[in-house]
Write a protein that binds this ligand. Structure first.
Ligand SMILES: Nc1nc2c(ncn2[C@@H]2O[C@H](COP(=O)(O)OP(=O)(O)OP(=O)(O)O)[C@@H](O)[C@H]2O)c(=O)[nH]1
Ligand SMILES: [Mg+2]
Length: 408
């Protein structure tokens, strides 16, 4: 399956259905009261977090999504049906941004979480609503309001506690295989991993964390070298970065220069995207200790740390042999527990206030809203029509752009 982590789409909620003007006509009742029903509300568009999904690829092909409009009202005070809501599925970790304003509308962090992205239009009111003591035969109805239209950017950033950094072939995927049930491909050539992989590390029965294995980064990635830097976005939400250093790089390059090269790419990306990768703690992990004698390892590590002037956490492991991996996981777990997550942005549900378009004419107080004349009133001739016109069933005409139909 193709991995797509950024798309732009357009969504349109359904318009509200129009209210209509209609009057009751019954046998022996010459002038029935108004009975034009309200329209139905338009359907809204939601984006919902679907745990089974891990790519936005579906949105590559279809870019426009619309919910259905509300139906118009009908005679006999029949309200039009509400438009159907549209639910678009997106992977957990998807951030939804309004392209026009740049505002983040929502962040899908939990399975099933829904974010309202386009609100359906409000229904128009039928003429029954406009009946009052001074106008018992209103010829007024209102249109439904348009549904919201929005252009959105969906950006998926995997939700992981720990991110792996390192040159291609450093052993990132091997580490994930060693400590979790995830089985990303491992091979002795660079750029084996082409898309991010997640692994869940169970430290004991109660505690676990998630590691993200991303494709290797090389110097010049910001300019497009290797697979570029687009995958660095997936480190944005992690809390620790494990920088895995190959003690014997495949191209015999200098590990210190490699380390600096990768960190420079990370910082460049961080600056250009305005995300705080710089503040994340980096733990150094030397890998492939099994390829050398212990003294050799110590010598290389010492040299590396001196040249780098490093004073952060340091580990050694052989990912292939699962040596030294457990202590790393225990320390990560401890760190994560001691530094509880503070999410920059968390919205569990829709927090955006939607301003209903003003329905100037529709403010009809409840006691005048509905037909309160009984049939007896009509028979007693107490109705006060404001015109003497007589309409036949099915007669139509237009008033203020609203279709008016007389029904029996
Ligand atoms: N001897 C030894 N080989 C290792 C160790 N860890 C990984 N390797 C080997 O190094 C090669 C690359 O490992 P990967 O895990 O695919 O490396 P990666 O960092 O995921 O590489 P990319 O996906 O290309 O970025 C494979 O041949 C692994 O078997 C280790 O601890 N010891
Ligand atoms: Mg890999």
């Amino acid at each position: 399956m193709k991995f797509v982590d950024e798309v732009s789409i357009k969504v349109k909620a359904g318009d509200g259905g129009n209210g209509i003007v209609s009057f009751r006509r019954e046998k022996f009742v010459q002038r029935g009261g108004p009975n034009g029903g309200d329209g139905g509300d338009g359907g809204s568009v939601y984006i919902v977090a679907e745990p089974e999904l891990n790519t936005l690829v579906d949105y590559r092909f279809v870019r426009f999504y619309d919910a259905t409009r509300g139906e118009n009202g009908q005679g006999n005070n029949m309200t039009g049906a509400k438009g159907e809501d549209l639910y678009l599925k997106a992977p957990i970790g998807t951030q939804i941004t309004d392209l026009e304003t740049g505002e983040i509308i929502g962040d899908l962090t939990k399975p099933g979480q829904e974010v309202l992205v386009a609100k359906g239009g409000f229904h128009g009111l039928g003429n029954t609503r406009f009946k009052s003591s001074i106008n018992r035969a209103p010829r007024k109805a209102t249109h439904g309001t348009p549904g919201e239209t929005r252009e959105l950017r969906l950006e998926m950033k995997v939700l992981a506690d720990v991110g792996l950094l390192g040159l291609p072939n450093a052993g990132k995927s091997t580490f994930i295989r060693a400590v979790s049930a995830a089985k990303p491909k491992v091979a002795g050539y660079p750029f084996t991993t082409l898309i991010p992989n997640l692994g869940v590390v169970r430290v004991d029965n109660e505690s676990s964390f998630v590691v993200a294995d991303i494709p290797g980064v090389i110097e010049g990635a910001a300019e497009g070298a290797g697979l570029g830097i687009r995958f660095l976005r997936h480190l944005a939400r992690t809390r620790i970065l494990l920088h895995i250093v190959d003690l014997l790089p495949y191209d015999e390059s200098d590990p210190v220069a490699n380390f600096n090269g990768i960190m420079n790419e990370l910082y460049k990306y961080s600056d250009s995207k305005d995300i705080s990768l710089k503040d994340k703690p980096v733990w150094l992990v030397f890998n492939k200790t099994d390829l050398m004698l212990e003294e050799e390892v110590e010598e290389k590590v010492k040299d590396f740390l001196e040249r780098l002037d490093w004073d952060g956490p340091v580990y050694q492991m052989s990912a292939v042999k699962k040596e030294g991996t457990q202590v790393i996981c225990n320390d990560i777990m401890e760190y994560l527990i001691e530094h509880p997550e503070v999410r920059e942005f968390e919205r569990e549900e829709v927090t955006q206030e939607f301003n209903w378009p003003t329905q100037g004419e529709s403010k009809v107080s409840d006691d005048e809203a509905w037909d309160d004349l009984s049939d007896d009133d009509f028979e007693a001739g107490q109705d006060d029509w404001d015109d003497g016109e007589h309409f036949e069933d099915g007669d139509t005409f237009e008033e203020d752009g609203v279709e008016i139909e007389y029904k029996q």
